[in-house]
Write a protein that binds this ligand. Structure first.
Ligand SMILES: [Zn+2]
Ligand SMILES: [Zn+2]
Length: 230
């Protein structure tokens, strides 16, 4: 079994803070086996991290968080950036064309660009997996809703800290039922649902700081999130 962090942002994300080096160090320090950097609409830092991962004793998984027209979609196992703004279905198609898998993060968190309000349930169920635990939660309702959906539809489940600062890497861990230490083996196991999910919520003061994103987001937006999210 391998423990992997599948949702973390580097400084290449407009709202991320830390270089890949720090994220890799943190992942190794908290005892993870693998890490995927998933920047918003960027892939370069993730490719770099995947190259450096072995130096830290980690499995590096290339990924990104694509801003589709319907909302956020995590792509793993790709090697080229998937452009933002495409429809939900086309985004999945582009990910699959590259041999990757599509995992839907925070699907029911509307104010954080969850896709569920903008697509049908069948479309949501066409993803390879659902992120059923996202650490940046407010009450947990949206996570429970995601988990219920995944169980009802028999979809593989993942977790993600959605870390925007290195200290939060490993807050949510996906345990993958595989021994081979390679990205391909990890993604194949996820595709087959051989996962279990362990999550801790991001502490409030850090959630707010991450949401603050260096004052890129206004306080009003934060308060809206608090009201709408869960
Ligand atoms: Zn997101
Ligand atoms: Zn994210």
């Amino acid at each position: 079994m391998l423990s992997v962090e599948l949702h973390a942002h580097s400084a290449l994300s407009h709202d991320g803070r830390d270089p890949v080096e720090l994220l890799l160090e943190q992942a190794a320090a908290v005892g993870l086996d693998g890490l995927a950097i998933t920047d918003h609409d960027e892939i370069d830092a993730s490719i770099e991290a995947a190259k450096q991962a072995a130096d830290h004793g980690l499995v590096g998984i290339v990924g990104m968080e694509v801003s589709s027209a319907a909302g956020h979609i995590l792509a793993f196992g790709i090697d080229e950036r998937v452009p933002p703004g495409l429809s939900f279905d086309e985004t999945l198609e582009r990910i699959h064309q590259q041999g990757g898998i599509a995992v839907i993060p925070h699907p029911f968190q509307k104010s954080r660009h969850g896709v569920a309000p903008h697509i049908s349930e069948d479309q949501l169920a066409s993803a390879d997996a659902i992120e059923v635990y996202n650490s940046r939660l407010f009450t947990g309702r949206a996570n429970r809703q995601a988990e219920r959906f995944a169980i009802e539809r028999g979809l593989p489940m993942t977790a993600g800290s959605d870390a925007h600062i290195s200290e939060m890497v490993g807050q949510a861990v996906t345990e993958v039922g595989v021994d081979e230490r390679s990205a391909e083996a990890v993604l194949e196991a996820i595709r087959h649902g051989r996962t279990s999910v362990i999550g801790h919520r991001t502490p409030w003061h850090i959630s707010l700081r991450q949401f603050g994103g260096g004052a890129k987001r206004r306080l009003g937006h934060i308060l809206d999130s608090l009201r709408q999210n869960d």
